[in-house]
Design a protein around this ligand. Structure first.
Ligand SMILES: Nc1ncnc2c1ncn2[C@@H]1O[C@H](COP(=O)(O)OP(=O)(O)O)[C@@H](O)[C@H]1O
Ligand SMILES: [Mg+2]
Length: 230
């Protein structure tokens, strides 16, 4: 499979001088499901922020699908954000909108025809198993359901890569596993998935590629890896 993402000797030093990443290199191929593991502060979120160009590297290059993200202009940002869908630990749903409206919102802003919006939103809500919850506001949804709405909202843009930053951080074990299974299903349907987590059990159960970070360095990058902290 061709590579879709590469980090080439990437270092990130924040303005307060904290070294978040120290010469990090790896490639991700199209269609992979990869976990970024490591303790809090290891640099996982920084990698994801570089990938959606929310931050720029201090040194090195981040390349997505042939685009060097160091050089991306503000004008190109919305296109990048559609190609890389992202979900977070705290869901970031619009509280005044229903599940359906949360998913529809980006398509409405983009001026898509109502009939397309209706069709696509129904399709992704079905995929995440929330068709019967479509008219609920976030306050009436469980944590697991909120995360599924957030995933549907990212999916409706048909992203090439789905990035999840500690998506199960606020969930109980049953909902955690539901979300992980959903991410695996999305991966099986052809989307590259990058999961950042400090949860050893998830990484070990997945038996997929894992990159382990420690203090901003890659200390392990293995197929079917286990999250072993030495
Ligand atoms: N915006 C920021 N400004 C300054 N330091 C930051 C910022 N974001 C993260 N850091 C620091 O960079 C390091 C890596 O953080 P982060 O990428 O959030 O790690 P993780 O997601 O693995 O917990 C930590 O030491 C953190 O304090
Ligand atoms: Mg983080």
């Amino acid at each position: 499979m061709p590579k879709i993402i590469s980090f080439e000797n990437v270092s990130k030093i924040y303005p307060n001088r904290s070294i978040a990443l120290d010469s990090v290199s790896f490639d991700i191929e199209k269609g992979e499901f990869i976990s970024l593991a490591g303790k809090s502060g290891a640099g996982k979120s920084t990698i994801l922020k570089l990938l959606i160009a929310e931050e720029k590297p201090t040194k090195g290059r981040v390349v997505f699908s042939g685009i060097e993200l160091n050089k991306i202009s503000t004008r190109e940002m919305p296109i990048l954000r559609r190609r890389i869908g992202m979900v977070f630990q705290d869901y970031k749903l619009l509280t005044g909108k229903t599940a359906h409206e949360n998913v529809a919102y980006a398509m409405e802003v983009a001026g898509m025809p109502d009939s397309d919006i209706k069709r696509d939103v129904a399709q992704v809500l079905e995929l995440v198993g929330l068709s019967d919850r479509r008219n609920n506001f976030p306050t009436a949804l469980s944590g697991g359901e909120k995360q599924r709405v957030a995933i549907a909202r990212a999916l409706v843009q048909r992203p090439e890569v789905m990035v999840a930053d500690e998506p199960t951080g606020n969930l109980d074990p049953i909902n955690t596993w539901e979300i992980i299974k959903l991410l695996m299903k999305i991966n099986e349907l052809g989307t590259t998935v990058i999961l950042a987590t400090h949860d050893k059990e998830i990484v070990d159960t997945l038996e997929r590629r894992v990159i382990i970070l420690d203090k901003g360095r890659v200390i392990k990058d293995e197929e079917k890896g286990k999250y072993i902290i030495t």
